[in-house]
Structure formats: C-alpha cells, structure tokens
Design a protein around this ligand. Structure first.
Ligand SMILES: Nc1ncnc2c1ncn2[C@@H]1O[C@H](COP(=O)(O)OP(=O)(O)O)[C@@H](O)[C@H]1O
Ligand SMILES: [Mg+2]
Length: 334
C-alpha cells in the first residue's frame, strides 16, 4: 500500500511504521473520527505453501488482541477482510521503539534497567496468568515502544503468541511452529517447545542489549553472558544471568520470582542506607569529643600567647583597657 491509499474507504494511509517478514504496519487516519491507528496488513504471498500457517498466526494475533486489556498493550479496534486482504486495526502508540532508543546511543543506568524489567515483567505477568496462559514468544527491543506521553513501555506484536494452556494432544496433531528472533530466542523455543520462561529469557537478553548498546557479550561457548557487564550491581547481574540460563530448568520459571528478587535489590539498597545512619550515630560522640579537645587546646594556645604578650608589655592588661573603652564610648555618645 502507498501513502494516501484507503483501507475499506475509511482508513487513510499516512506512513509505513514497519515491515516484517509476513506483514506491513501503517499509521492510518480514520476519516470518521480523525483518530490515528496502526493497521497491520498481512502481505505474505497466497501461493506460498506456508500461507495457511501464516494466516493462522495472523488470526491468532487478532484473537489474542481482542482478549487483551492492559494499559501497556495496544487496544484492539477491528479486524478487516477487504478484497482478500487482511488488516488488524489497533491503537496507535506514538513513541520510539526500544531498538531506536538503544541505537540512538542512550546509556541506561541500573535504575532504568530495573524499571524496564519491572514494567515488561508486569505485562508478562498479566498475559502469562490469563486462562490461556499466553506466551509472547517475540520479546525484543523492536517490539517494545516507549510511549511519548507518559514514557511507559508498551509491548506490541502478538503475531508470535502461543497458548501454553493448550493440551499436549492438541499440540501434537501438528508440527510445532518455531518463532525465532536470533539471539533473543532461547534454545527450547528454537526447538519448538516455547515455555512461559522463554519470555523471561528474551527479556533478559533485551535488558543486556540495552546495557551494552546492542553489543551482546558472549562466552567461550558462544552463549550470552553478563559476566563482564560494567556499571551494574552484582545483584542485578545475578538476576540477569538466571534469566538467560540456556537450560530452562535453571532459569526463573515464573515472572513473579524475578519481580520479587528485583524488589529485594531495592530493599537491600535502602537497608544499606539505613545501616549508614547508626554507624554515623556511633561515630558522632567520638568526633564530638575530638572537637572539644581541639577547642580546649586552641584556647590554651591563645591564653598562653596573650599571657606572654601581656608580660612583655606588647598589649595592655585588662586594667589598662577600661578607661580606654570608656573614652571611646563617651566619644560616640557626644
Ligand atoms: N500499535 C502500534 N503503534 C505504533 N507503532 C506500531 C504499532 N504496532 C506496530 N508498530 C510499529 O510497526 C512495527 C512492526 O509492527 P509489528 O506488530 O511488530 O509487526 P511485525 O510482525 O512485522 O514485526 C513495529 O516495530 C513498530 O515500529
Ligand atoms: Mg515486530
């Protein structure tokens, strides 16, 4: 589609927001209310043998978005089939993707990484705990938008979702669909067995991409590692390394576990602050007595110098100063 084209005679294409392997997303204007929306169009070739699978995923994305109701997930508006073309119309989120933010050179500090993790984990907590237990399967910086008006992170692109609550028997009728985004995809998902903790892995890698400006560090075995990450605390490093364990059994199994450990980092950093306060109180009397000693010594020195000068006749004695003081006072009064 081109700028200026209409979808269903109602949505005017303003610009292209993104192009993926299966579809294209446009910013459109609804002529009936002048509102802006994001319209995702399935562009996969119909004559391709994979078309029915791709169409199924697109329809699953539509069904998922209809059910989701969260302030940090775009709202579903409508699903359109026009001249064999499929369109998903959803709330438009003005802002920049995390990918754009990272590549623009933004440096994230520990607090910002903890906020990023907390916000996405809260969204994941919502989708993972729905009756269908939705696994996103495509968490990565390009699928996270920082909303312009409130700086909140919004998780988009439900084109790869899987319902974990499906029974084994339903799944085994068809070969598994592998949704893979390279470095962000954990081994079990690459093998067609995505789990709830697969999203935890992808989020861990996303955080490391933010910390390292997209230079994901790897170890001798080619696995992503947090070992040498600079500027983050050992506690956060420990949490991130558990999020990205290649063997899912060693990973956090539920987002709630990660959320509670992140909360502990905050608690321990505030208890470190309160530990400083009593130690200051213990030191206080000691430093006070040191100050008193120093004042006493200084007074002694001044008194000694005064006594020596007075004895040598350099300065007048107290008795001599009295008439002098009086003379000045009477001068001022006259
Ligand atoms: N609701 C939205 N609001 C604003 N931009 C969006 C929205 N949905 C998608 N986009 C933009 O379009 C791009 C592609 O959309 P996405 O749903 O991720 O499709 P794909 O499956 O092709 O990756 C995103 O990376 C983002 O830049
Ligand atoms: Mg995407």
């Amino acid at each position: 589609m081109n700028t200026g084209d209409y979808i269903n005679g109602r949505y005017k294409v303003i610009e292209t927001l993104g192009k993926g392997g299966f579809g294209c997303t446009y910013l459109v204007r609804d002529l009936t209310n002048n509102g802006q929306y994001a319209a995702k169009n399935l562009t996969f070739a119909r004559n391709n043998s994979m078309f029915s699978k791709v169409e199924e995923l697109f329809e699953r994305e539509v069904e998922t978005m209809k059910e989701l109701n969260h302030s940090q997930i775009p709202e579903f508006i409508e699903y359109l089939k026009v001249n064999q073309e499929l369109y998903l119309i959803q709330e438009y989120i003005p802002g920049v993707t995390l990918e754009e933010e990272i590549t623009s050179g933004k440096k994230y500090n520990e607090e910002e990484i903890i906020c990023l993790l907390n916000e996405i984990l809260e969204i994941l907590k919502y989708i993972h705990n729905l009756p269908k237990k939705i696994i996103h399967r495509d968490i990565k910086p390009v699928n996270i938008i920082r909303r312009k008006n409130d700086d909140k992170l919004v998780l988009i692109d439900y084109g790869g979702v899987k319902y974990f609550a499906q029974t084994k028997c339903m799944q085994s009728q068809t070969p598994p669909t592998v949704i893979s985004s390279g470095d962000y995809t954990p081994p079990e998902q690459k093998g067609g067995e995505a789990k709830l903790c697969s999203d935890i892995y992808a989020l861990g890698v996303t955080a490391i991409a933010a910390i390292t400006s997209n230079n994901l560090p790897t170890d001798r075995n080619g696995e992503i590692t947090c070992e040498n990450l600079a500027n983050i605390s050992p506690e956060l490093k420990r949490i991130l390394s558990k999020m990205i364990k290649p063997l899912y059994e060693y990973r956090y199994q539920k987002v709630e576990e990660v959320l509670s450990e992140l909360k502990n980092i905050r608690n321990s950093s505030s208890s470190q602050i309160t530990q400083v306060i009593p130690s200051l109180q213990i030191n206080h009397p000691t430093s006070q007595s040191q100050i008193t000693d120093r004042i006493a010594a200084a007074v002694m020195v001044v008194v000694s110098i005064y006594a020596i000068c007075a004895a040598a006749g350099i300065i007048p004695t107290i008795k001599e100063t009295k008439p002098y003081k009086k003379a000045i006072s009477s001068e001022l009064l006259s």
